[in-house]
Design a protein around this ligand. Structure first.
Ligand code: CP
Ligand code: NVA
Length: 306
């Protein structure tokens, strides 16, 4: 049994399979063709933080696969009343076939997975957001072909998204340029990204404009992630120069794409002209969450399909 708790939980070969499978699943969805490979299977979705895209993409995706969904939050379950995570995991995983969790510490999802009878998927933790990077890379491939050897510029917080990009660069062989304000750097230990350092695929830049120079993809995220709201004001000051603007996009490769996992704050981490401009593929990126996660759930439950 496989879990998907971090990007590095799957191999480059498994990712090639998933990207091809997601393309097929998307094509069938677009053509209104049934794809009921998870008939009678149930997905439990546990949300300890807010969500729009993750909720809709997993829920709609599971129904489209012929399965059904149970939705739990901290507030309406015993999770919010201090029932141990291991006890919750043992019960939930006896009644459902696969579980998606959005929570705070990565250790929480690891504790759940350690005693779960069924595959567990990370729907975002403080440390990682693997389903999002899965969708982002699929979107890049759709628009530009293979990401291998390409350059991705990360501008902003050294957060869950940045950590996951670090793992993806090491695994899939692309270059990652990271520019964060001082004090908000990615944590290599958390990201477990030593291999990318070794292959030179990860480089840091003090100046975000330099990080974007020649990049094939420029990407960013909110200045303040969920769970860090108390730092909002300090972050606003620290991140003021880390707004992806037209100059940064002009410094990137002529056919560079812009991505943002959303929700976005126009005028903070990105200029409206960039996110709503011709290089932005954020709506494809959001939609693709559903297609890649359908491929992922199918893979974790059934293995490779031909
Ligand atoms: N990008 C993303 O995960 O969005 P939600 O927080 O809306 O799920
Ligand atoms: N880094 C953001 C991503 C939201 C999808 C957060 O954790 O809030």
């Amino acid at each position: 049994m496989k879990h998907y708790l971090q990007f590095k939980d799957l191999s480059a070969d498994e990712y090639s399979y998933l990207f091809a499978r997601a393309a097929l699943i998307k094509k069938k969805f677009t053509a209104y063709e049934k794809h009921h490979t998870l008939r009678d299977r149930t997905l439990a979705m546990i949300f300890e933080k807010a969500s729009t895209r993750t909720r809709v993409s997993f829920e709609a995706g599971m129904y489209q696969l012929g399965g059904s969904v149970v939705h739990l939050t901290t507030g309406d379950s015993q999770l919010g009343r201090a029932e141990p995570i291991e006890d919750s995991a043992k019960v939930i995983s006896r009644m459902t076939d696969i579980v998606m969790i959005r929570t705070f510490e990565q250790t929480k999802i690891e504790r759940f997975a350690a005693v779960s009878r069924v595959p567990v998927i990370n729907g975002l933790t403080n440390e990682f957001h693997p389903c999002q990077i899965l969708a982002d890379i699929f979107t890049f491939i759709e628009h530009r072909g293979s990401i291998q050897g390409k350059t991705v510029a990360w501008v902003g917080d050294g957060n869950n998204m940045a950590n996951t990009w670090l793992q993806a660069a090491a695994l899939l062989g692309f270059h990652l340029h990271v520019s964060t304000p001082s004090g908000y750097e990615v944590n290599e230990v958390t990201a477990a990204a030593a291999p990318s350092m070794a292959t030179g695929s990860y480089k840091t830049f003090a100046d975000p404009l330099q990080a974007c120079a020649g990049a094939d993809l420029v990407t960013t995220d909110v200045w303040t992630s969920m769970g860090f709201e108390a730092e909002n004001e300090t972050r606003r000051t620290a991140f003021a120069s880390w707004c992806v603007d037209r100059n940064m996009m002009a410094a990137a490769a002529p056919d560079a794409l812009f991505m943002h996992c959303l929700p976005a704050h126009r005028g903070e981490e990105v200029e409206a002209e960039v996110i709503d401009g011709p290089k932005s593929v954020v709506w494809d990126e959001a939609e693709n969450r559903m297609h890649v996660q359908k491929a992922l759930m199918e893979y974790l439950l059934l293995g490779r399909q031909s």
